[in-house]
Ligand binder design. Structure first.
Ligand SMILES: [Zn+2]
Length: 337
């Protein structure tokens, strides 16, 4: 993926250009939107344009000048960023203090200085406070870009200091067309499936397409159907699914169940979050499924998602969910007894 503006960012870019043209750049800009919409990509595109010595007529960074070369190398001295360290639970107050100390020095070059905080919702309470104080008396010619998928987790006081740019999901056709340009070898149904699976977020769809997630998703769905047909066992499937701890399998499960319920109420494919599974789900919905039990299982899956990151026995958790699913689908004796 190159650093060109992403097609669904055009409107946000126009917004940014207005700031630039009217010379009223905010001190802080909060860029929010779900994962996979390219918040960081947009922030860097804007930052590069602001630091570039000779932007092109459309306002984009030229890619050639001293600033652009430093930027591309990741060594531009006036681009500061802070992020959550891997082994830490949040962005600490010490990280923010160091950042502010740097921000209080004069910019290395004569242009702007840019501070990127990502993910801004990872700021600890103390870090957010320290940052808020900085925003109350910011250094001149400094632009702060705060990036978050969950702006609701930020203190309202911090949000009130920011201009807001909220990224929304692009039209699925735009997402599909873009994914196709990135992975021309993918056929159309696969492209559509990747975009659906990523719930419309294009960068997430790209990741799913290139790192084998689509194949895992298909396999899990087949396992789930096999369970419904009593052709495999919950323990075996749970064991297999445990081999993919990084995949959001429980979220898939929740989505299949809710889509199945929708099919029980004659939904059309567009109303499903997995329209590519429509046919299989309609077949399932024709069974004499107990809807109340389906809702109960759905609730249990949601509850399990909430506990997924706690130290619980995940094998057991999956077994319970899958066993209930099998029981829901075992009609021969039980339901008519
Ligand atoms: Zn340049």
């Amino acid at each position: 993926m190159d650093d060109r503006l992403l097609p669904w960012h055009s409107a946000y870019w126009q917004h940014w250009l207005q700031y630039m043209q009217q010379k009223r750049l905010p001190q802080a800009l909060l860029i929010s939107g779900k994962a996979g919409l390219g918040k960081r990509h947009l922030a860097l595109h804007c930052a590069a344009a602001l630091l570039c010595g000779k932007p092109d007529p459309a306002g984009h960074a030229c890619g050639q000048c001293r600033d652009c070369r430093l930027f591309a190398a990741g060594t531009h001295p006036d681009l500061l960023s802070v992020t959550q360290q891997q082994d830490k639970t949040g962005i600490s107050v010490d990280q923010i203090r160091r950042l502010i100390a740097q921000a209080n020095l004069k910019p290395q070059f004569e242009g702007y200085r840019i501070i990127i905080v990502e993910p801004a919702d990872a700021l600890t309470a103390n870090a957010a406070n320290a940052f808020l104080k900085y925003l109350e008396e910011p250094t001149e010619r400094t632009l702060v870009l705060l990036l978050t998928a969950t702006p609701g987790k930020l203190p309202a006081t911090l949000i009130s200091r920011c201009q807001k740019l909220s990224l929304v999901l692009p039209d699925p056709r735009i997402a599909c067309a873009w994914l196709k340009t990135q992975q021309p070898e993918l056929d159309d149904p696969t492209v559509k499936k990747a975009v659906h699976l990523a719930q419309g977020a294009p960068l997430q769809a790209l990741e799913y397409a290139v790192n084998g997630v689509l194949a895992i998703y298909d396999r899990c769905f087949q396992d789930w159907l096999q369970l419904a047909n009593q052709r495999t066992h919950a323990v075996l499937v749970a064991e297999q699914w445990q081999k993919w701890p990084d995949q959001p399998i429980l979220s898939w499960l929740a989505a299949w169940l809710i889509d199945l319920l929708k099919c029980c109420y004659q939904a059309n494919p567009q109303q499903l979050s997995n329209p590519c599974l429509y046919k299989s789900l309609v077949d399932l919905s024709r069974r004499p499924l107990n809807r109340q039990k389906l809702y109960t299982l759905y609730d249990l899956v949601l509850e399990s998602i909430g506990r997924e990151h706690s130290p619980i026995n995940k094998q057991l958790m999956l077994e319970v969910l899958l066993l209930q699913w099998m029981q829901l689908n075992s009609f021969s004796r039980k339901t008519h007894a």
